[in-house]
Design a binder for this molecule. Structure first.
Ligand SMILES: Cc1ncc(COP(=O)(O)O)c(C=O)c1O
Length: 334
């Protein structure tokens, strides 16, 4: 089946395709010489990353509905919030970020640097909330203010993960399948981190719809495998409905919760080691919340001899939020 996404409004935010690169020295470290990096971290807007693909559809939809204000949510160091702020700046739309303290981290680096600094740089209004109740109250207040000003609001969920956002990674699946085809790779294991789900769901749905023989290995970075799988399946079902097709079976998707560690936003020694390995073998920067955990899975020994694509989903600013512990972890063995 082919994929026709042209009927969905799309804001032009990125440069496509992103590079698909060989990574031979990293491949040796991972036990496979057949390792490719899909560089979704590389794009000019707002120190990009995977959210850009979702935002093309989410903001395309918002603009088509006449929105002049975008409200979205996330953890304090959300990459999605930072890229939403950058995209709103580019499109001339007001951005309100309602952020919740979800990660057991504080201090100047975590509270003010990394993505938080960039949120301000891109002109977003940043609301820091203590917990879920505070978040709900703040959202109500932001909406009431917008209503009072006569503004039209588009509310985007955490991580941009709904059916419309998932279309961004359905498109990415088609892009990657085409690149792999050109590279003469008929079948690959595609390794990707799952936070709010649309990235993994879009890849899984896209490969299935295209009939491409690629599997998706989902690194559970925020919740256990059962919850991660339920969320990915829900997004696949909702996005298939949006596309007007039946939800495909998801036998080509598997989940790795061995990398989760103590929970969302809490790195383990394996994660820091993975950051060091990517840096020292290929000069590629990961961060400890998403890509670092997915990379820990990649380097865990389960891919010997396999053709693998590691999807680099970006998030570099988040590394600097962890600077104090990152410096200790990364320089410890030098
Ligand atoms: C850098 C990075 N990688 C991966 C993910 C996971 O993507 P998704 O939320 O679509 O599961 C996120 C977002 O949460 C992210 O910021």
């Amino acid at each position: 089946m082919t994929l026709d996404l042209a009927r969905f409004p799309r804001a032009e935010l990125g440069v496509w395709p992103t590079p698909l690169q060989e990574a031979p020295r990293l491949g040796v470290a991972a036990g496979t010489e057949k390792l490719l990096l899909k560089r979704d971290d590389v794009n000019p807007l707002g120190a990009a990353g995977n959210k850009l693909r979702k935002l093309e559809f989410l903001l395309g939809d918002a603009l088509a509905r006449g929105a002049d204000t975008v409200v979205t949510f996330g953890a304090r160091q959300t990459n999605h919030g930072r890229l939403t702020a950058a995209a709103c700046a580019r499109l001339g739309v007001r951005c309100e970020l309602v952020l919740t303290a979800k990660v057991p981290r504080d201090g100047a680096a975590y509270d003010t640097s990394g993505n938080v600094l960039l949120d301000h740089l891109f002109g977003a209004r940043v609301h820091i909330c203590a917990d879920a109740d505070d978040t709900a109250r703040t959202y109500e207040r932001v909406m009431a203010e917008a209503d009072g000003d006569g503004r039209t609001v588009a509310t985007i969920p955490v991580g941009g993960s709904n059916a419309i956002g998932t279309l961004g990674y359905v498109a990415a699946a088609a892009e990657l399948a085409q690149q792999l085809d050109t590279a003469g790779v008929p079948s690959a294991r595609v390794v990707v981190a799952m936070g709010s789900g649309a990235t993994a769901a879009g890849l899984a749905l896209g490969f299935a719809v295209l009939g491409a023989d690629h599997r998706v290995d989902v690194a559970c970075v925020g919740m256990p495998a059962t919850e991660t799988e339920a969320e990915v399946s829900r997004l696949v079902t909702e996005t298939a409905a949006l596309l007007g097709i039946d939800a495909p079976p998801l036998g080509h998707v598997r989940y790795d919760e061995s990398v989760l560690g103590p929970g969302y936003g809490v790195p383990t020694d394996r994660v820091w080691e993975a950051l060091r390995t990517f840096g020292t073998t290929e000069g590629v920067v990961l961060e400890p919340v998403y890509t670092g955990k997915a990379a820990a899975g990649l380097l865990g020994g389960g891919y010997v001899g396999e053709q693998v694509v590691f999807v680099h989903t970006g998030g570099m600013p988040g590394l600097f939020a962890y600077a104090p512990e990152a410096v200790v972890a990364v320089t410890a063995r030098r």
